[in-house]
Every structure is written in C-alpha cells, then in structure tokens.
Design a protein around this ligand. Structure first.
Ligand code: IMP
Length: 418
C-alpha cells in the first residue's frame, strides 16, 4: 500500500526514524517539499547517520530514494551528504538515488537574503537561514534556477548572471552589502552541478514505468509549519501536508491509501511563533535534557511543552490521517504527572472553534499520572506500564485514530507495533 507520512506538530517529531522503520515495507521513498531546513539522525547499530535532503531509506540498499520537484536543493549540502554517507559505507548511485530535474536550486544569495531579511524584520520568524524561503520566492516569481537549468552549463551561466545582477542590486541598495561575484559562484556551483548531474532523472517517467512498486512519501517539517495551514507567518515556505505529496513529486498516478501522522508524546517548536502549551523552568529543562531537544539542523535549543490535542486533532483532519505514530514516549518516563491540552481559553472563555490566531491562548489541561520504571525496553503494547497505555489510549480516542507504532528510544529497534 502506498503511504504518505507527515509530522503533526511543528516538525522534529522523529519522522526520520519512523521512515527508516516503515521503508522496510516500501520500495521507493520520495521527498516532496522543503529542503535542508529539515534534519534528522538515524542510529543503526550504534552508528549515527545524519540526513538533511536524502530520504533515510537510502540506508537500506535495495530501496530507491528520490527528491521530488517540490523540494529546494542546496547542491553543496547534497554533495556533502552524499560524500558523508558514502564514507560511512552507504551505497548511493544513480540507480538507487534520483533527483527531479524540476527541483529549484539554492544559491549563496538565497542564504544571504534569508539572513539579512530576518535581521530587518519587525517580527522575526527564526528561520533556519538555509535560503529555503528565498529560493521558493524565486520559483514563484519565475526567476528560479531548476536542476535542469543548473546541469546545463550554458543555461546555468545565463540564468545565474541575470539573478546575481538583480540580487546584488537589492543587496547594495537595501542592505548595504556588496553582493556576490558571478564568476566565483559560477565556478564553484558549476563544479557541483557536474557531480549532481548523474542523479538527475525524469521522475515522472521513471516512476510511471515502475508504478507497481510500493511508494512512501516522506514529509518534512510539521503541519503547523505549513505555508497555508500553519501558524502564519511563523511557518516554512512550502506546503507540508499530505495533499502536497502528489504535487511535490509529480506522481499523481500513484494511488495513496495510507496517511501516517507522526506526533511526539509532548510538543516542541524551534523558531518564533505562538505555542499554547509551552513550558518554562524545570519542566522545560526536563524535556530539553531528557529528549535532547536541540535542532538537528541549526543546533538551536527547542521550545518544549505538553502535548496539545487540539492542534493534533486539527492536524489529523487536515492530513486525513489514517494511522498515528507516537514518538519519544520514553521521554515522559520520569514524570509524576503529565498534562495534555484538551481545549483553549481566550480572555477566560473556552473556545468552541479552532482559532486562527494562537497568540494569547490559554490551554485547558487534563492531568495524567505518570508511570514508574522505563518504557524503553517495551516491544509490545502490553509491555508498557498501565499508565503509559492509558495515556496512549486517551490520545487515540480523542483523535479518533489508532496508533500503529510507538517509538520508545533512539535505536532502530526501539519501536513497538500496536
Ligand atoms: P525556514 O524553513 O528555514 O524558512 O524556517 C521557517 C520556520 O520553520 C522556522 O521557525 C524554523 O525553525 C522552522 N523549521 C523549518 N524546518 C524545520 C524542521 O525541519 N523542523 C523544525 N522546525 C523547522
């Protein structure tokens, strides 16, 4: 069965590990949006593998991994990632790794404008400064450079020159920054293009011919970072929800029947923006330390809070989620009491509708008793302490969706099937 997997919160739900687990049952793993603003680590037999662009399915030799047209690709990061993975013994060839010719490419001026614009903003977004937003801006204003243009040196030179002239003008006039040299950027990036060229492949054609294979579409970020449905403007610049999987990969001829939503057993967020269940003080320290809540891409400490079921219910609807995966249940191990947000109040009044503006919201909590001991060794649902099972069952009944898997540790095998 073909499936789309997405995050239900603000990203960092542990999707990488889940993909690594689920791809056993799929042949092809496709990313459809975002770029190297995403990041995750998969631990296999004590070895750590870091991913920003390539689907973690690449760790399994027989799988095919692809980067769809909806992704923005930083060629420097892609080559670094390929090199690092190869040096760790992972096979990456044009046979098992493919990049759409229609992906837009990130250049140094995108990263620079991301940083400079953020500095000047009245309300900072807290972007990853990876040039993601500015690259999508160029795509939409029709001056972006696609992979197909990038790997053709003549076309690349022409388009790059045009962009650099325009960007340098803005850099000088608005930001007092001298800008970039066309010759330098061209020389460096043309060399990268040559390395990437063998992986560029017409995915529509290739996958149409192999449409009988089992596909897994891998979402990056999380539902509330979605450009339309997230906590705008504190969002990323792409559509992260399940319905974008077809558009961001061009593979609408692949019928999807499984929509898998991944949620942490609590909530985290990096960057600015509203966060109703956010914690401070000793609970923040607890989650940050126990859950190692530091961004895989930027190393920034993550904001942490209790599980917000109002947000999750919205995410389940938006993504048409058919099964849940709950991650990091083990992080709750040491808590005597665990809170879960079941509703919102504004100015003392309980809200009956989902608010478009989450600022100034006060959560309405239900409190659960924690459990003694650790869930880390559990491999079956029945191995979990009673209170941990009740916590999971409450989430399922509130959301009206069953949890299929629960992750209880960072190791590949620390997953229990429900
Ligand atoms: P951008 O995607 O770099 O433009 O950042 C926009 C917002 O999305 C910022 O708040 C980032 O911290 C957040 N963001 C982007 N990618 C991720 C991710 O993979 N995990 C968590 N937050 C992310």
């Amino acid at each position: 069965m073909n499936a789309v997997l997405v995050g239900l919160q603000w990203g960092d739900e542990g999707k990488g590990k889940v993909i690594d687990y689920l791809c056993q049952k799929h042949d092809v793993i496709v990313r459809f949006q975002g770029g190297n603003n995403a990041g995750h680590t998969v631990v296999v037999q004590g070895k750590k593998f870091v991913f920003h662009l390539i689907p973690s399915g690449i760790l399994r030799e027989e799988k095919i991994c692809a980067i769809g047209n909806g992704v923005v690709v930083d060629p420097k990061v892609l080559i670094e990632e390929i090199t690092a993975l190869k040096s760790q013994g992972i096979k990456i060839t044009p046979e098992n790794f493919k990049v759409s010719p229609l992906c837009h490419v990130i250049f140094p001026y995108h990263k620079m404008i991301d940083t400079l614009r953020e500095k000047k903003r009245l309300h900072k977004i807290g972007t990853t400064k990876r040039g993601i937003g500015p690259c999508y801006v160029d795509k939409v204003t029709r001056c972006g450079i696609r992979m197909i243009d990038f790997i053709d040196s003549k076309s690349f030179a022409e388009k790059l020159k045009d962009n650099i002239i325009n960007q340098n003008y803005i850099f000088r006039k608005v930001y007092g920054f001298k800008g970039f040299s066309f010759e330098e950027v061209y020389a460096e990036y043309n060399a990268l293009a040559k390395k990437i060229k063998p992986y560029v492949c017409d995915l529509v054609d290739y996958f149409y011919k192999s449409r009988d294979k089992k596909f897994l579409f891998e979402g990056a970020q999380g539902t509330f970072l979605d450009i339309d449905f997230g906590t705008y403007p504190f969002v990323t610049s792409s559509s992260v929800i399940t319905s974008n999987a077809c558009l961001g990969s061009g593979l609408s001829f692949i019928p999807v029947s499984k929509y898998i939503g991944v949620a942490k057993a609590y909530t985290t967020r990096v960057g600015e923006g509203p966060f109703p269940t956010e914690l401070n003080g000793k609970y923040l320290d607890y989650f940050r330390n126990k859950g190692v809540e530091f961004g895989a891409t930027t190393g920034r400490p993550r904001r942490c809070g209790w599980l917000d079921l109002v947000l999750l219910r919205r995410a389940v609807i938006l993504n048409n989620i058919t099964e849940l995966v709950i991650t990091k249940l083990d992080v709750l191990d040491g808590l005597k009491k665990i809170k879960v947000c079941l509703g919102y109040k504004r100015s003392g009044k309980v809200l009956t509708e989902f608010p478009y503006d989450l600022s100034g919201i006060k959560p309405v909590y239900k409190e659960f008793d924690g459990w003694s001991g650790s869930v880390c060794q559990a491999r079956k649902f029945s191995d979990l302490p009673k209170n941990a099972r009740s916590y999971v069952e409450f989430i399922e009944s509130f959301l009206g969706v069953k949890a299929k898997f629960i992750s209880v540790g960072e190791k590949r095998e620390s997953v229990l099937k429900k």
